[in-house]
Unconditional design. Structure first.
Length: 457
C-alpha cells in the first residue's frame, strides 16, 4: 500500500511539473506572438494595438430581473425584458395641441447626393439584416433599389442598464444619410435650432459648450452676481420621442412639408428584433422613439428638444441662458428668484413631450467663491442639495477634482501604453509618439480650455 501511495505522489508531482512547463511555453508563445504583432503592424494599426491592452469585454447578456425581481436566464424571455426596459418606455405626452398633416410633395434625390453619401460611409460598420456591407456599396457599379426601407451600467441584471443599437439595412441607412443632409442644411440656414445647442451640429464641439459656460459665469462674477446652474439629463431620451410631437415641432419651425412626411413614414409602423448572441427574437412593435444607430437620430432629436432650452439667443447681458449637448441640459441663472421659473419651464416641456428627467443626474450647483448659507432647495416635490462638485460632459466643475480625475486617467492609460512601447520590443519611436499624441494628450487636455493658470504658478 505504501508503494502505491508513493507512486501516486510521483505521478502527481510529474503532472504538476509538465503543467508548469506547458504554462510557461504558452506564455512564451503568446509573448512572441504579441512582439511579432507589434513589429509587423504599421502606424495605421497602432491604435488597434492600444485597444488590445484594455480589459476584455463580453457580448454575453447577464441574467435579468423581471418586474417582480426574479432573475430570468432564458434567452427569449430576456429579449422581451430588454425590449420592454429599453425601447418601450411608459410615458404620457400631452398631444392635444397638434393639428392634422398637409399633403406631400417630394423633390428628387440627385446622383451627387447618392455618390456623396456612399463615399462617406464607414467601411467596418456591422451590416444589418440585408447582410450588405458598406464596402460593397462603395465598389458596386450598378444601382440597387430595395423593396422596403424599414426592416430593420452598474447593475447588469437591470434591463435599463442596456441600450440597443439598431443594425439597420445598409441601403436603408444610405437613404437616411442622404435625407439627413437636407434637414441639417435647412435647420442651419433657417436658424431652426437654438443657439444654445452645441452638440451634434456642423462646426461645433464640446469646447464650445465649455467656453460658453466658463465665459458666462466669469462675466456674471465680474458683475458681482452669484450664478446657479441646474443640470438636467433626459432619461431614455431616444425611446421616449413621440412621433406626433416631433412632426408638430418641425411644422412650427416651417420645415419643408416633404421632409415632415418622410420622417413621419420613417417613424411609422416600426418593428425591431433583438439579437442576444446567436438568438434572434420575434418582432416587437415600436410605437415611439428614434432608432439608435440611425443617421437621422441626432438631427431629429435636436429638433425635438429645441424648445427645452430657454427662449432667446444666449447672451452675456441676460440673467438666464441654456446650454445643451444632445440630451444634457444646463440652465444658468443669476440668483435664487429665477430658479423656480426656469425649473417650471423644463417641467412644462417634459409634460408635453412625455420625457423623464433622471433624478440621479438632476443637480444644482452654485458657482461662487463665497460661503452660502442655504444648502437645500425645494423644487416642486423634489428637494435638491447644492452640490460642491458636478461632473458635466466628462469635466468635473471643480479645478482640483478635475485634475485628480485627469491624473487617474493618465496613470491608467500610461500603464497600457507601456505594454506596446517598450525599448526591447513594440512600436517604433515615431508610432509611439503618434499614439501618445492621439490617446494620452487628448485625455490630458480634455476640458483644459475651461481652466487658466494663475500668474506666477
Amino acid at each position: 500500500m505504501p508503494n502505491a501511495q508513493d507512486g501516486f505522489t510521483r505521478v502527481k508531482l510529474l503532472y504538476y511539473h509538465h503543467q508548469e512547463i506547458f504554462k510557461t511555453k504558452v506564455w512564451e508563445l503568446k509573448t512572441l506572438h504579441w512582439q511579432r504583432f507589434l513589429a509587423d503592424k504599421g502606424p495605421e494599426h497602432a491604435y488597434q494595438a492600444y485597444k488590445f491592452t484594455k480589459g476584455q469585454t463580453t457580448s454575453k447578456i447577464s441574467a435579468l430581473k423581471d418586474p417582480e425581481g426574479h432573475l430570468i436566464t432564458e434567452v427569449a424571455e430576456k429579449a422581451t425584458i430588454l425590449f420592454n426596459g429599453t425601447s418601450l418606455i411608459p410615458t404620457v405626452a400631452d398631444l392635444s395641441d397638434i393639428p392634422a398633416a398637409p399633403p406631400l410633395q417630394f423633390p428628387p434625390i440627385t446622383n451627387h447626393e447618392i455618390h456623396s453619401a456612399i463615399r462617406k460611409l464607414p467601411n467596418r460598420k456591422a451590416a444589418g439584416p440585408d447582410k450588405i456591407p458598406n464596402k460593397l456599396l462603395k465598389i458596386a457599379k450598378s444601382t440597387i433599389t430595395p423593396t422596403s426601407w424599414k426592416a430593420s451600467k452598474d447593475d447588469y441584471t437591470d434591463p435599463n442598464a442596456y441600450q440597443p443599437i439598431a443594425l439597420l439595412s445598409t441601403l436603408g441607412k444610405l437613404f437616411e444619410k442622404i435625407i439627413n443632409n437636407r434637414p441639417v442644411y435647412w435647420a442651419e440656414q433657417s436658424n431652426a435650432l437654438h443657439q444654445g445647442h452645441v452638440g451634434g451640429r456642423p462646426g461645433r464641439c464640446i469646447n464650445d459648450a465649455l467656453t460658453m459656460l466658463s465665459t458666462w459665469v466669469h462675466h456674471k462674477w465680474r458683475e458681482k452676481k452669484v450664478v446657479i446652474g441646474i443640470f438636467l439629463d433626459v432619461k431614455s431620451a431616444y425611446p421616449t420621442v413621440y412621433k406626433e410631437r416631433l412632426i408638430h415641432s418641425l411644422r412650427t419651425k416651417d420645415c419643408p412639408t416633404y421632409l415632415c412626411l418622410i420622417i413621419t413614414s420613417f417613424l411609422t409602423d416600426r418593428t425591431m428584433r433583438l439579437r442576444l448572441g446567436q438568438y434572434i427574437s420575434q418582432c416587437f412593435p415600436i410605437p415611439n422613439g428614434l432608432p439608435q444607430g440611425s443617421p437621422l437620430l441626432v438631427t431629429l432629436y435636436l429638433l425635438y428638444n429645441s424648445n427645452l432650452l430657454l427662449p432667446g439667443r444666449p447672451s452675456l447681458d441676460k440673467n438666464t441662458i441654456s446650454i445643451m449637448y444632445i440630451d444634457n441640459l444646463t440652465h444658468l441663472i443669476t440668483g435664487l428668484k429665477l430658479l423656480e421659473e426656469v425649473y417650471q419651464h423644463s417641467q412644462c416641456w417634459r409634460l408635453k413631450h412625455g420625457a423623464i428627467f433622471d433624478s440621479r443626474k438632476t443637480n444644482v450647483m452654485v458657482f461662487t467663491k463665497k460661503k452660502i448659507n442655504q444648502s437645500l432647495v425645494q423644487l416642486e416635490n423634489q428637494s435638491l442639495t447644492f452640490e460642491k462638485k458636478i461632473k458635466w460632459l466628462g469635466i468635473t466643475l471643480t479645478p482640483g477634482e478635475h485634475l485628480k480625475q485627469v491624473k487617474r486617467s493618465f496613470n491608467t492609460t500610461f500603464t497600457q501604453l507601456t505594454q506596446i512601447t517598450r525599448p526591447t520590443f513594440g512600436l517604433n519611436q515615431k508610432e509611439s509618439r503618434q499614439l501618445i499624441s492621439v490617446v494620452l494628450l487628448t485625455q490630458i487636455l480634455h476640458g483644459s480650455i475651461m481652466w487658466t493658470m494663475k500668474k506666477k504658478q
